[in-house]
Design a protein around this ligand. Structure first.
Ligand code: C5J
Length: 229
């Protein structure tokens, strides 16, 4: 039931049932996009991700206008770090003062409620949009997100956010295995020249589309906007 529009996508057109589709904005957090956060402590050039913000904001506006459900995820640990596996805490071989939970330039690194853990203003959530704290890279592990989407009748997911090669790709693969029809919005995850690892991003897009869309579809923001208007 309800309107179904078609997005010009790869590897073939993507039917988008507006009332049964959610936009999932992955981890547009200061911890990944600004200096002094988790992304930078891992040695990344966080400025490279900022190209995702303009298309991300346009996509958000288009989804809101169409009345679609919007879900924002945050990679965020509880202040007592009870949801932080030891393996994740120690990964990277960083000194204790740079690990998750340590005090950084924007508060405790990757801890819920700290300034650095918040979503950047360009794509900030508004009243009524879901905010999902996730302890892992994927949005479906230990979050209850699948059950909530099922209860809401959501069958289709559009993915934007950072980083394509880690949290976006993990979440999309988790969703694909749970039966969702997934579409990666390529420029709203940073243009190919704007990822922590541009070559990983290009490869991620190819992996998704390959074999007849084995993980789902890809399209740019303009294609989604055109379908929704
Ligand atoms: C990472 C993320 N890269 N949001 N997190 O650790 O992609």
């Amino acid at each position: 039931e309800g309107a179904v529009v078609e997005v010009a996508a790869s590897p073939y057109p993507y039917p988008l049932p507006v009332e049964h589709t959610a936009l999932v904005m992955i981890d547009f957090q200061r911890d990944f996009m600004e200096a002094g956060g988790f992304g930078e402590t891992l040695g990344n050039n966080v400025a490279l991700l900022r190209a995702s913000l303009e298309p991300g904001a346009r996509l958000l506006a288009a989804a809101r206008k169409a009345g679609m459900l919007v879900v924002h995820t945050l990679e965020a640990h509880k202040p007592d770090l009870s949801d932080l596996p030891r393996s994740k805490q120690l990964r990277g071989n960083l000194p204790p003062e740079l690990r998750i939970g340590a005090e950084g330039a924007m508060g405790r690194i990757l801890v819920a409620g700290e300034p650095g853990n918040g979503i950047v203003p360009e794509v900030a959530p508004i009243e009524g949009e879901w905010q999902v704290h996730k302890p892992g890279k994927g949005a479906f592990w230990a979050t209850g997100l699948h059950e909530k989407l099922q209860a809401r009748g959501i069958t289709h997911l559009l993915f934007a956010g950072v980083t394509t090669e880690v949290c976006v790709q993990t979440s999309m693969r988790e969703a694909n295995d749970r039966g969702y029809e997934c579409l990666l919005v390529t420029d709203a995850t940073g243009k190919p020249s704007a990822a922590y690892f541009p070559e990983f991003k290009e490869a991620a897009i190819k992996m998704i589309e390959a074999q007849g869309g084995i993980v789902g579809w890809t399209a740019d923001t303009a294609a989604v906007e055109a379908a929704l208007t």
